[in-house]
Design a binder for this molecule. Structure first.
Ligand code: GLA
Length: 394
């Protein structure tokens, strides 16, 4: 995975900007992707999660317009659409541009004054539908750009919240706050311990000595909105309603492992119980993981990663053939532990490995995975990086 843009690439992008809008760009911004180390599918259940921003970027070249048009163009899809700020509505035909237009609509509905339009060229190296949060990165980036250009004075924490509102209300995915927050609040060499019920966070050093996290991409893309994501949100809500007869809680993550017996009786339905069991045990795994991270207990980190994958596979059923194959491949190739990351249903997994074993690990993962599913995966190193920023003015 490429990590820094060369001068030549920037010149090409500037040229593409000119071709698309017939004016020169004024500023360049970027936002990172994210991985989630532990705490999967619990952000929308009031749990604690532990993501980190990674060195894989989406960029925006921007110039101001003197009318009220937002004009967006993507160098990835080679497509673009324009919309008047006063007439924004979701339209399937606008494809990925809904994520750009939706941000402006969300800001306006929140009462922010957007006095003029923009030309925005988007260039992304974050693979779509890969579980690395390409959509949250785009939403955070555009919100960050608008905040900067219109001087809206929005904090990074609220940029994430507005971007999530946009994804929920405008784009139709009932996701939690994890992705938008992990990107907006990203900090170099730190992971973010995020309490999704209170929307509070603290940073934890990601200092693993001779060990590192690597990303493995199954190369099976999926679309979140059309996937079973919203079904899982419904199943959890069903579980919550059932246990609320007896437990005075607002979120599933207020429950503990010792409540499981009572929870099972109250829920009755076997499938819903398994979903809830994943949520409760995963939240507990986050606590244990943080403890292991602080005491640098690498073996324990590995065990927790594997247990998380198993729970996502058997109880939550969001892994599937390809993510299971790549997790197995990682263990076969010598990882201390591995698990899917993000929403699942395809996308990426992460593995904890010894830094010095990277090349051998990569080769073995590719070999094992290919034999199992006849697809080439990508295996790459990432740095843990800062959140969105303005890179330069022209
Ligand atoms: C997606 C969502 C997040 C979170 C993860 C699963 O990435 O956008 O809010 O629910 O799935 O942990």
């Amino acid at each position: 995975m490429r990590q820094v843009s060369s001068r030549k690439e920037m010149m090409d992008l500037t040229q593409e900007f000119y071709n698309a809008f017939k004016v020169a760009p004024e500023s360049l911004y970027r936002a990172p992707a994210r991985i989630n180390l532990i705490g999967e599918h619990i952000d929308y259940n009031g749990g604690r999660v532990l993501p980190a921003a990674i060195s894989c970027y989406i960029k925006a070249l921007v110039s101001k317009r003197d009318d009220t048009i937002i004009s967006a163009y993507s160098t990835n899809t080679k497509s673009g659409y324009s919309i008047d700020l006063n007439r924004i509505k979701y339209d399937k035909a606008n494809g990925w541009c809904n994520y750009v237009f939706g941000v402006f609509q969300t800001l306006r509905l929140a009462g922010y004054h957007i006095p003029f339009g923009l030309n925005i060229l988007i260039n992304s190296e974050i693979p779509l539908g890969s579980g690395l949060s390409s959509s949250a990165a785009l939403l955070d980036l555009v919100t960050y750009v608008a905040n900067d250009i219109y001087n809206l004075g929005i904090s990074l924490k609220n940029i994430a919240k507005l971007a999530q509102n946009c994804e929920n209300s405008f784009c139709g995915l009932r996701c939690g706050i994890m992705d938008e927050a992990s990107i907006a609040l990203g900090l170099r060499d730190k992971c973010l311990l995020l309490d999704c019920a209170k929307y509070e966070y603290e940073y934890i050093d990601l200092d693993l000595g001779d060990y590192t996290f690597v990303v493995m991409k199954t190369n099976v893309p999926r679309s979140l909105v059309s996937s079973k994501y919203n079904d899982r949100v419904d199943e959890c809500q069903k579980g919550l309603r059932a246990i609320q007869q007896d437990f005075n809680v607002d979120n599933l993550c207020e429950l503990h492992e010792e409540d499981l017996l009572r929870v099972e009786k109250l829920i009755g339905d076997e499938l819903i119980y398994r979903r809830v069991r994943h949520v409760i045990t995963e939240n507990e795994r986050v606590r244990k993981f943080v403890r292991a991270l602080r005491s640098k207990n690498i073996e324990e980190l590995g065990r927790i990663l594997n247990a998380s994958h198993k729970s996502l596979k058997e109880d939550y059923e969001v892994t599937g053939e390809y993510l299971d194959a790549i997790q197995e491949a990682a263990i076969y190739a010598g990882a201390i532990g591995a698990r899917m990351t993000g929403a699942g249903f395809g996308g990426c997994a992460i593995a904890l490995i010894k830094k010095s074993s990277f090349e051998e690990f990569k080769e073995k993962v590719i070999d094992y995975y290919f034999k199992k599913v006849q697809l080439e995966p990508d295996v790459f190193n990432v740095d843990i990086v800062d959140g969105p920023m303005k890179v330069e003015d022209y």
